[in-house]
Design a protein. Structure first.
Length: 253
């Protein structure tokens, strides 16, 4: 249960709380230069680069002094989703009628940040681009694709949290925001990207002083919203406990 996890693992004196306490590296990190570089090695190098991008965001979150809980690698199954979604029709759902399919992962994101009155959904993508690097059409296409995928993933996780909100029968709103981090992408690429909601993008430069970025885009912005929305703290805690329970039942955590 999420509440039991909170009692057992959380250090009341330490903030922020990040689970797991250190990111686990599932990929190789040493490459012998004189071996035959086949497609498998190149694929592993790419996966390693993706992981290192996640670590940059992990470390930036770790340096914050906010009273938050951070869940790294948050995933959920179809079974977990329909339990939370009171409108889900199991009789007409193909996944629900197949036991194996219902246990497969349905969605997830790199980080879910749980604050006292809000939830932050954060996806991380690896698109390398230096500040003075030439901007090519291939690079902008790569970025557009990564951003589009991030938005799709974030939308699904937001839907899960909204379903949990309805599941606990709270009539108050929850502050839920999506952000898309590109730790290896300079904001020099920004003028060449046709995008909406640009303030949802976290560039490489933002991570250099992440506390300032957080204060402007999270603390100040959400404080304004919280003044016009009623947040039920008790219900918010229940939602947090459910998210913790989902996170800790993932076999990879």
């Amino acid at each position: 249960k999420g509440d039991k996890l909170e009692v057992l693992w959380f250090d009341k004196e330490k903030r922020p709380i990040i689970l797991p306490p250190a990111p686990k590296n599932p990929y190789i990190d040493v490459y012998v230069e004189d071996i035959d570089r086949g497609s498998k090695i190149e694929n592993e190098k790419r996966r390693q680069a993706y992981y290192e991008a996640e670590v940059k965001v992990y470390q930036a979150l770790e340096k914050l002094t906010e009273d938050i809980v951070v869940l790294h690698s948050f995933n959920y199954t179809h079974h977990q989703y329909w339990i939370c979604d009171t409108t889900h029709d199991r009789n007409t759902c193909e996944h629900c009628r197949k036991i194996v399919a219902s246990k497969e992962l349905q969605g997830g994101c790199k980080f879910v940040v749980i604050g006292g009155t809000y939830f932050i959904i954060m996806e991380v993508k690896y698109v390398p681009h230096e500040k003075n690097e030439e901007i090519s059409e291939k690079k902008t296409t790569h970025f557009d694709g990564a951003l589009r995928k991030s938005r799709e993933q974030g939308k699904e996780v937001k839907s899960l949290i909204e379903s949990i909100t309805e599941h606990v029968r709270t009539e108050c709103g929850s502050l839920i925001r999506n952000f898309y981090a590109f730790p290896n992408t300079s904001n020099a690429l920004r003028p060449n990207i046709d995008m909406e909601n640009e303030n949802q993008i976290i560039w490489a430069e933002d991570l250099l002083d992440f506390s300032s970025w957080w204060n402007i885009n999270i603390t100040e912005h959400l404080s304004v919203l919280s003044n016009v929305m009623y947040i039920d703290i008790v219900q918010h805690e229940k939602i947090k406990e459910i998210l913790l329970a989902i996170w800790c039942t993932d076999k990879n955590t």
